[in-house]
Design a protein around this ligand. Sequence first.
Ligand code: GNR
Ligand code: NI
Length: 188
Amino acid sequence: MTILQIYVAPHPVLKKKAEPVTGGVTAGLRKLMDDMLETMYTSDGIGLAAPQVGVSKRILVLDIHQPKGDTLTPAERRTKPQFFVNPEIVQSSQDLRIYNEGCLSVPGQYADVARPDKVRVKYLDYYSKEQEVEADGLLATCLQHEMDHLDGILFVDHLSTLKRDILMRKLKKFTKENEEDLEKTHVL
Ligand code: GNR
Ligand code: NI
């Protein structure tokens, strides 16, 4: 298993529309999904889309049933991993649900985002089998957040220009401070 690098905004790969997977889910793509899942657990995330690791393909992984605690190993975090290839929303509810979202590609920043409360999603599973799922609650929120990544959209794109500008400015500051902290620990 390999831990992949997670790209942070404003990296251009995060703005690109990802390409559909053709020819089904191969062993190579299964390895990519396993690595994405491991990367997601290591970063304490509940979802990860392929563009976040620099692969512009319509693939995402999730595991929304995350146990609490920051000392857990990736193996301890693994509860109910789910894999989605070429996911498509075939139905959305009128009802919205607001959730305070974060993103591994926008580290340290959070904002309320409103999205349909229920979605029906068609996709290929880990074994290349066609599936359909009716998602609600956190699964619906997370699936839509990940599917946005496949279209080059980040949760900050759902905010007003003013809120987005403030948040991206804070991200820049956050990233810079992290880099400075890293430099210090390397020097010492
Ligand atoms: O780990 C994550 N948590 C999260 C919280 C609320 C709404 C969406 C998410 S997904 C995010 C991981 C991530 O960036 N996936 O793209
Ligand atoms: Ni994200």
